[in-house]
Design a binder for this molecule. Structure first.
Ligand code: UDP
Length: 359
């Protein structure tokens, strides 16, 4: 990745969040000006603190040579139109669309919110992309953060013993997975109908520094890190032999850039490590006691991305091993100091609707 001579512009929706902020780091390092659209619902301005000058405390409308942060709810089209981005910035080159609502349980409880943000929000950002492209030849690519949860349980006997490919069965198990998949269908549809150059990246289990510490019961690593800080046992679901394809966040950021900068369009790619790791191995690497919680319905026993397509077409490959990634996170464990501490009782409460509706 060579540094560019002329400053191009990229929009990153969800740029204050876990993955988005790492992508912003990469783009600024590559000499882009980045416009972040984020409503700060789960993202934090402090994730981008290294790019903010100390003199300006009005971060909601922060704007300097490298970075503009705009606080906006993308689920309402007028909010985006009122920004007049195509007039203010005629040379926007890429849109990276990562803003969205995550987590399983709240999506079961609030499917409409998930539809509004993940489907309508995506449609609105696609509309912005069409607008930019109609006004400037600078616009080159729309890259969407899709979710590997679209594959559901991968229960087909044909896929049980091999890694999941992009053309495997789509079978969302809960509203979050469905909303992200409908978003992806809109993205591909805009590629087909309006010839918008689009790529959709189906992310597997992304982990790393700045993973979310607030809000709903969520990704396993943050839960375990807080438990480690408090010297509490790790709450292992099932027997802990279930496996996930964990991929380190900076590798995911580089996949987004590879997708944007290549000539490839209208394609879907898995983004994972191409390996799979058990929760028991994660516990071993983190070191500590564990207790076991009931196995959950609608959770796959194993996720494992077949990444041959992205390797071949985008020449992308992961650089950070699982062990290295866990090491980096442990070096930054203080980040999870203020995260909520989950135990078997609060998890049972938080997942009650999960068991009720997904059983
Ligand atoms: N998990 C766990 N303890 C927890 C939270 C999660 O053992 O307190 C397990 C969970 O059952 C799953 C894996 O960790 O098998 C990854 O869960 P996460 O929610 O991070 O991702 P997803 O299930 O969406 O792949």
């Amino acid at each position: 990745m060579n540094k560019q001579k002329i400053k191009d512009i990229a929009i990153v929706t969800g740029g204050l969040g876990f993955i988005g902020s790492h992508l912003v780091d990469l783009l600024i390092d590559l000499n882009f000006k980045v416009i972040v659209l984020d409503n700060e619902s789960t993202g934090r301005v402090s994730n981008l603190k290294e790019h903010l000058s100390n003199t300006n405390n009005n971060y909601k409308n922060y704007n300097n040579e490298n970075l503009e942060i705009i606080n906006v709810d993308i689920s309402v089209l007028e909010n985006i139109q009122k920004l007049y981005l195509s007039t203010r910035y005629p040379n926007i080159k890429y849109i990276f669309h990562l803003a969205g609502l995550a987590d399983i349980v709240p999506s079961i409880e609030r499917p409409l919110d998930y539809h509004n943000t993940n489907v309508n929000g995506t449609l609105n950002i696609l509309t912005l992309a069409n607008d930019l492209r109609s006004k400037s030849t600078a616009f080159k690519k729309f890259v969407y953060a899709a979710s590997s949860s679209c594959y559901g349980l991968s229960k087909d006997s044909s896929v049980e013993f091999r890694a999941t490919r992009e053309d495997d069965k789509i079978d969302p198990q809960y509203p979050y997975a469905l909303s992200k998949n409908i978003g992806e269908q809109y993205v591909l549809h805009f590629g087909k109908i309006y010839k918008l150059p689009v790529v959709s990246l189906r992310l597997f289990n992304v982990f790393g520094t700045r993973s979310r510490t607030t809000g709903a019961y969520g990704a396993v690593l943050g839960i375990f890190l807080k438990q480690k800080l408090e010297k509490k046992p790790f709450t292992v679901v099932g027997d802990g032999n279930q496996c996930r394809d964990f991929i380190y966040v900076t590798d995911v950021a580089s996949a987004f850039f590879a997708a944007a900068s290549s000539d490839v369009s209208n394609e879907v790619f898995n983004v994972g490590s191409g390996n799979t790791y058990s929760i028991n191995l994660l516990v071993e690497l983190l070191a500590g006691e564990k207790i076991f919680l009931p196995k959950r319905p609608a959770e796959p026993d194993k996720t494992h991305a077949d990444i041959s397509k992205i390797k071949k077409m985008l020449n992308w490959r992961p650089q950070i091993t699982f062990e290295e990634g866990v090491g980096k996170v442990l070096q930054n464990i203080h980040y999870w100091q203020d995260a909520p501490l989950w135990d078997q009782h609060s998890i049972a409460n938080a997942t009650a609707n999960w068991f009720k509706h997904l059983s």
